[in-house]
Design a protein. Structure first.
Length: 430
């Protein structure tokens, strides 16, 4: 980048975009000191020009239509902070890359869905597509994989990738409050979307991040296969309490690994030992563990939710570009990235925690144990907690390792049992 003065546009002025804009405005001298480049924010765009925001915006550089910015302003770097996987998010990034404008985005949904196409476009036009902030907030996990561990052969990446879910589970354990109550608190603190936090809670957010990590770690195209994805919406404080009594904690884990050269990706709640490293990562913190050769195991931990952590990663991408680092978005040329073979998740195996809310009457437990036997799943431990007032009981079962397809057949059978009065809760042991 020859020009000393760099023109920047910020598209999207929600919590993250507004915070980022303030960072850009207040840290110009620091950026110039570290890169030798002067930045100038010449255009901004959002849905609502007059919306009340944490930091004031310069309305004189506001564009209602972000595409007009590319057509009417000489932009060097564009931040896309809208957050959709398609629509205007995809259009603005695609248009910018075609016009040889560097793009920085925290948009994991966009990268997980269209990253292959957009990275190819960036390579063709010799500009950067940077997305460090799309995975694990302020933790530099993508740059670590692309650069710090570039010559290692990675075999597994896993961790806590959603700060919202981790905060909710940690806060439920700490306060003994209900899921609903803690979710409201997370929303008030800006850790969860105020209107629709579904994509955090159902596991989709973490799964989009796992797909990006898989592609980087294993030098593959982004997987399109429907894989195992479960969230935390059905968990109750009761599960956290029982897990604690069994010396476990519940964490939503994202896991990707190569098994015999085949890719196995999944996101689901997991029971982890209280004394394990991952079991002691609490609040909005994220943690990513990378396993490979010759490095062994590397651990990165940091804040994974909130505008501050996200903006930190966005600024890191900015400085990388300003220093003249034109890089392949996924670490290697697009032509070298091959499609991955998918591991058959049905033959994976896990021990299970099952919580069943049942009618409190004779014969119910024997019905349930018979269903387990029919599916060749053996029991390690059973706990019964009666509720005489409601004439019901909680039955908690810890199983020995069982094949995934047998576990799912069991869950389907349990759902059809008329003596089970609520949807069964299933948590895998990790």
């Amino acid at each position: 980048m020859i020009n000393k003065k760099i023109n920047i546009a910020v598209i999207g002025l929600g919590q993250v975009g507004n915070y980022l804009l303030n960072e850009l405005n207040t840290k110009k001298k620091d950026i110039e000191l570290k890169t030798g480049k002067k930045i100038e924010i010449v255009a901004i765009s959002a849905k609502n020009k007059n919306k009340k925001r944490r930091f004031k915006i310069n309305k004189s550089i506001f564009f209602k239509n972000p595409i007009d910015i590319i057509e009417n302003k000489k932009i060097n770097i564009l931040f896309e902070v809208i957050g959709h996987s398609d629509g205007i998010s995809k259009k603005i990034v695609e248009t910018a890359l075609k016009n040889k404008i560097h793009v920085i985005t925290p948009n994991k949904a966009l990268i997980a869905k269209h990253g292959d196409y957009l990275s190819k476009l960036a390579e063709k036009n010799k500009v950067n597509l940077e997305f460090e902030a799309s995975v694990a907030g302020g933790i530099p996990i993508l740059r670590t994989i692309k650069e710090g561990l570039a010559t290692n052969k990675l075999i597994r990446v896993y961790g806590i990738l959603n700060g919202t879910c981790n905060y909710i589970l940690s806060e439920m354990e700490k306060t003994k409050d209900s899921f609903k109550s803690v979710l409201k608190k997370a929303q008030s603190l800006g850790y969860a979307e105020p209107e629709n936090p579904k994509l955090d809670l159902n596991g989709y957010d973490a799964f989009a991040k796992i797909r990006i990590l898989s592609s980087l770690a294993f030098n593959k195209k982004i997987s399109k296969k429907n894989c195992l994805m479960e969230g935390i919406e059905n968990l109750e404080y009761k599960d956290i309490e029982i897990a604690s009594q069994l010396n476990f904690r519940i964490k939503l884990l994202g896991i990707t690994e190569l098994i015999n050269g085949k890719l196995f990706e999944r996101v689901h709640p997991s029971l982890v030992k209280k004394d394990s490293y991952i079991g002691n990562v609490n609040g909005v913190m994220n943690a990513v563990i990378v396993e490979g050769k010759p490095i062994g195991e590397s651990v990165l931990q940091g804040e994974g939710a909130g505008p501050g952590a996200t903006s930190s990663a966005l600024m890191s991408d900015l400085l990388s570009i300003l220093r003249g680092n034109i890089k392949y978005p996924f670490g290697i040329p697009d032509i070298k990235r091959k499609k991955s073979l998918s591991y058959n998740e049905k033959v994976s195996s896990n021990s299970l925690y099952l919580r069943l809310e049942v009618k409190d009457k004779p014969g119910v437990l024997s019905e349930i144990t018979k269903l387990l036997a029919n599916n060749k799943i053996s029991i390690e431990r059973v706990i019964q907690i009666p509720d005489h007032k409601k004439k019901s009981a909680s039955i908690i079962i810890i199983t020995h390792r069982a094949l995934e397809y047998r576990s799912q057949n069991l869950i389907n059978s349990l759902k059809r049992n008329k003596n089970i009065i609520k949807k069964p809760v299933q948590i895998r042991l990790f």
